[in-house]
Design a protein around this ligand. Structure first.
Ligand code: FNR
Length: 386
């Protein structure tokens, strides 16, 4: 048989990825002082066992003030490396490429966890001992009325943040991650520079699109220089703001050209989040695979690999995306929470040889393959239900 597109290995610089299925970064809001714990190991480990080719550790803050919430992971100091290294090691030992998203929340830092309200922290949130902290952004404009007013980063502040990305990248490499991703989406720090709606600067880091892209591109250059040459670099973008006068798909195509020129390997195509929560759906209409056209357009126009994400639910949908050349990798987020074995189930659904059981960890696949033969016998011997 011909191998389904979703299960064809992918070469990315020095890496060979076993298939095109990725777990996208998904914050768990479950860290203490930025440290990964058992939750993160078990949560992420399930997806490596479940056959995913790439497993992303959630948005991991390059600076303490760049956390979205007090529960975010961090990589701003060396003490945070061993717990991340343990996760990276487990993922790799189970066949997945360990990946990490490096992030800075900008003016969307100091928020409540989603289940605490998903808004800016309030005095009541401080009663548990967690403190509101000052936030930074491209301009001194809050996300919305009632949110913290960020401090606009001055040249010294920009240099501090760039240096934080650099040292975080070195730590991510030391921890053993195979892929690093720069988070420049969802209204966080780098996106706040890109969008004309959040960047009101009148220095070299604002103004026209070239000025607004300057700082994100400097960060990408810094990360690429610190990241080993044989390891791929992804950048997540909000392909559109979905707000009148905001960042557009044309802007994203121009940005992707610049990213490609700086050695970025894959553009991870998300959208929205400039105002309100990154996970709130009010900025753009959302249907199944609603962001796939962004990945397709950037891939075609720029000649760079893309990752598609957003409401991809089943194997046939994901296979069609890769087969049609809309994206090189498909990320499965919430549906993977629903089914951590999504990738091995997809292998079976797409008709891989041996019922797809070879894709399972042998601790499970050996048994399931035998059980399947028993079940087939039972089914064929059972009288039809009246
Ligand atoms: C997310 N998302 C997200 N995106 C990102 O770039 N960094 C992150 O850390 C997070 N965190 C996060 C947490 C949770 C709980 C959810 C549900 C989502 C967005 C995520 O990566 C993905 O783009 C969306 O969930 C859409 O894909 P699905 O879930 O429809 O497959």
């Amino acid at each position: 048989m011909t191998v389904p597109h979703l299960f064809r290995p992918l070469a990315l610089r020095g890496l060979q990825v076993r298939n095109r299925v990725a777990l996208p970064p998904m914050c768990q809001y479950s860290a203490a002082d930025g440290l990964a714990g058992d939750w993160h190991l078990v949560h992420l480990g399930k997806f490596a066992q479940g056959g995913f080719g790439i497993v992303f550790v959630e948005a991991t803050a390059v600076e303490a003030r760049g956390r979205i919430t007090h529960g975010d992971l961090g990589i701003w100091c060396d003490a945070q490396v061993p717990a991340l290294a343990r996760i990276a090691g487990f993922l790799a030992a189970n066949g997945a490429v360990p990946a990490i998203q490096l992030a800075h929340a900008g003016r969307k830092a100091s928020m409540q966890r989603p289940w605490q309200g998903n808004g800016p922290m309030t005095a009541a949130d401080q009663e548990g001992g967690e403190r509101i902290w000052p936030v930074v952004a491209a301009s001194a404009e809050p996300l919305e009325p009632g949110w913290l007013v960020p401090e606009a980063l001055d040249p010294a502040g920009l240099a501090t943040v760039r240096e934080a990305w650099r040292t975080a990248t070195l730590r991510a490499a030391e921890a053993g991650f195979g892929i690093a991703e720069v988070h420049s989406a969802h209204g966080y720090l780098l996106h706040s520079f890109l969008s004309p709606l959040s960047n009101r600067r009148n220095d070299a880091y604002g103004g026209d699109r070239g000025g607004r892209m300057r700082f994100p591109l400097e960060v990408v250059e810094t990360v690429r220089a610190a990241w080993p040459a044989d390891r791929p670099l992804f950048v997540r973008i909000s392909a559109v703001d979905g707000i009148d006068g905001g960042w557009s798909l044309e802007d994203s195509v121009a940005y992707a050209h610049e990213l490609k020129a700086r050695g970025v390997d894959v553009v991870d195509c998300s959208s929205g989040g400039l105002a309100g929560s990154a996970t709130a759906g009010r900025n753009a209409p959302r249907g199944l695979g609603f962001q796939v056209p962004y990945a397709e357009r950037i891939r075609a126009d720029v000649g760079i690999m893309t990752m598609a994400v957003g409401l991809v639910l089943d194997a046939a949908q994901a296979e069609a995306i890769v087969a049609a050349g809309q994206a090189d990798i498909v990320a499965i987020g919430r549906e993977a929470m629903n089914d951590p074995n999504w990738a091995v189930h997809a292998a079976r659904a797409l008709g891989l040889p041996d019922g797809g059981f070879a894709e399972w960890p042998q601790q499970y696949g050996w048994w399931l393959e035998r059980r399947e033969r028993v079940l087939e016998r039972i089914r064929s011997n059972s009288p039809p239900v009246a």
